[in-house]
Design a protein around this ligand. Structure first.
Ligand code: NDP
Ligand code: 8X3
Length: 252
């Protein structure tokens, strides 16, 4: 039977690559994001794939509820929810950062992810099948300067994923947290508020992960046997690793 995946943030980067990967495997797609023109492009990209595109800001609970209530009959039974929509804003120290950036990250990466999960879970529990895949980050595992609230939102995603699994032990629903490291997408352009030079500098001299690498992993975690739950995948490019602990020494 044809399976259905709902992808948040399908208009770019990981989400778009996942849409391509799952379309290739013959899945039914529900693709969402705020940019209508990008959603229209997606509709052209996969001729022959049943695709339902919805303009959606995940921060708006009423829109999330309306999107779910408005799903066409054929798209109602969702097998996989990919909670991918998210962003980092800024890389300044916590004493200098724009408080509004913090609010947008919390509203999107935490609250939006919770809205989708809470609204879709009852149907998954009723069917006793489903898979929630959350896009975490290595930023939720390791601190770095300027990572402050972004990293903290991804630490939330990590713990929320683990707690979801605990709540769902009596079901056959799977939960996976994927934690990528340095990956080239529109992520850094968004982080630096459209400054492409700063964004390019992040990847200069590196071979970062690509959205297709992440899509491959997302597809893999869905394709293992139904009794197997891949709970966490941490993935970095070969050129990346964790740094040493730092100590600030005073001048003698
Ligand atoms: P992109 O900026 O390329 O894609 C982000 C996607 O999220 C876009 O489709 C965007 O769509 C969507 N989005 C952002 N805000 C909202 C919102 N309020 N409502 C709905 N959709 C929204 O970045 P990536 O593909 O790299 O990022 C995808 C996820 O992966 C994020 O959660 C990010 O934190 C995480 N991640 C990224 C890493 C990286 O290095 N790139 C590493 C680890 C994790 P639109 O603007 O159309 O709404
Ligand atoms: C994105 C990876 O290291 O820029 O989540 O935070 S990082």
């Amino acid at each position: 039977m044809q399976k259905t995946i709902l992808i948040t943030g399908a208009t770019s980067g990981f989400g778009k690559a996942c849409a391509e990967r799952f379309a290739h495997e013959g899945w039914r797609l529900i693709v969402t994001g705020r940019r209508q023109d990008r959603l229209q492009e997606l509709q052209q990209l996969f001729p022959g794939t049943p695709l339902h595109a919805v303009e959606l800001d995940v921060r708006d609970l009423k829109s999330v509820e309306a999107m779910i209530a408005g799903l066409p009959e054929d798209f109602r039974n969702i097998d996989v929810l990919l909670n991918n929509a998210g962003l980092a804003l800024g890389l300044q120290g916590a004493d200098k950062t724009d408080l509004n950036d913090w609010e947008v990250m919390i509203d999107t990466n935490i609250k939006g992810l919770c809205y989708l999960t809470r609204c879709l879970l009852p149907a998954m529990v009723a069917r006793d099948r489903g898979h929630i895949i959350n896009m975490g980050s290595i930023a939720g595992n390791y601190p770095y300067p300027g990572g402050n609230v972004y990293g903290a939102t991804k630490a939330f995603v990590k713990q929320f994923s683990k707690n979801l699994l605990t709540d769902l032990t009596h079901t056959r629903i799977r939960v996976t947290n994927i934690e990528p490291g340095l990956s080239e997408s529109e992520f850094s352009i968004v982080r630096f508020h459209g400054d492409k030079e700063k964004a390019n500098a992040v990847y200069r001299g590196t071979e970062p992960l690509r959205p297709v690498d992440i899509a491959e992993i997302v597809y893999w975690v869905t394709s293992v046997p139904a009794h197997v739950n891949i709970s966490t995948v941490e993935v970095m490019p070969v050129c990346q690793s964790c740094g040493p602990l730092q100590i600030h020494r005073q001048e003698e």
